[in-house]
Design a protein around this ligand. Structure first.
Ligand code: B1M
Length: 210
């Protein structure tokens, strides 16, 4: 019988085939897809993080784990989407310039979509001018920026400055997040909101849309 621990271990091992079998087995047993995400897939990445930091895992292995988590996500994602849900608003989301981390961003997108938001995913390494162009093109209510590196955090600041320069800052609320980002940083650079994880980001957007 598959367990959540097997799923976490599988993410750690980076086994792209086995993850499909395990996640499907848990779903077949009736497990809540959100529980599989939080206590299996993300829990696996939470084991990876300190191993990467301590030098016990290297970039290629971490990428295999990330890909394995995403493979598992692909199976659960359709189950938490409700196509008939009325739209609460539109949000564009990207990882800032110079930053390639997308697992947290993708998780946020999944949570936003499953809670009724229309999401435009700008991907990773998104330049300041590309955020501005996307605001002009898609006319979202909210812009979300993710940064995982201390070296790219200031790209959030420069993107906000670019939004101001191009005269579109007042059209949108800006929310930010990612491991090195804090509420204090958000206040300093004039973002409208910060959240430490994907679920609270949804609550934050709900409050902004009220
Ligand atoms: Co990178 N990396 N990495 N990495 N990596 C970190 C961030 C690091 C902390 C690891 C460490 O401890 N040393 C460190 C940063 C140190 C620092 O800046 N102080 C680091 C480094 C140094 C690097 C490289 C420079 C390593 C190198 O090449 N020498 C390099 C940089 C590449 C680049 O971006 N230019 C690099 C590369 C990589 C991989 C490619 C191997 C891989 C990324 C794969 C991918 O994303 N497709 C990777 C990974 C996986 C990590 C760790 C291990 C895990 C990140 C992750 O996915 N966590 C990470 C260690 C860590 O974070 N402790 C690390 C799981 C994810 C669900 O959490 O992304 O935090 P997270 O998202 C959360 C919240 O932060 C929040 O909600 C999410 C879900 O709840 N959130 C938001 C995120 N964005 C949000 C936006 C919001 C709201 C909430 O509103 C818009």
């Amino acid at each position: 019988m598959a367990t959540l621990e097997n799923v976490s271990q599988c993410v750690l091992d980076g086994d792209l085939d086995e993850i499909k079998v395990l996640v499907q087995a848990l779903l077949d047993e009736g497990m809540d897809p959100i529980k599989i995400i939080n206590e299996g897939l993300i829990a696996g990445m939470n084991i990876v993080a300190p191993l990467f930091k301590s030098g016990e895992m290297f970039v290629p292995e971490v990428m295999e784990s990330a890909d394995t988590m995403n493979e598992g996500m692909k199976i659960v994602k359709p189950l938490i989407m409700d196509a008939d849900m009325p739209s609460k608003g539109k949000i564009i989301i990207g990882t800032v310039n110079g930053d390639l981390h997308d697992i947290g961003k993708n998780l946020l997108i999944m949570m936003m979509e499953s809670n009724g938001y229309v999401v435009v995913d700008l991907g990773v390494d998104v330049k300041e001018e590309d955020f501005v162009a996307a605001v002009k093109k898609h006319q979202p209510e909210i812009v979300g920026m993710s940064s995982l590196l201390t070296t790219t955090m200031m790209k959030i600041d420069s993107t906000i400055k670019q939004l101001i320069k191009e005269g579109v800052r007042d059209q949108v609320k800006v929310i930010i997040g990612g491991a090195p980002v804090t509420q204090e940083f958000a206040d300093d650079i004039g973002a409208d909101g910060y959240s430490e994880d994907a679920s609270t980001a949804v609550d934050l957007c709900d409050r902004m849309m009220d």
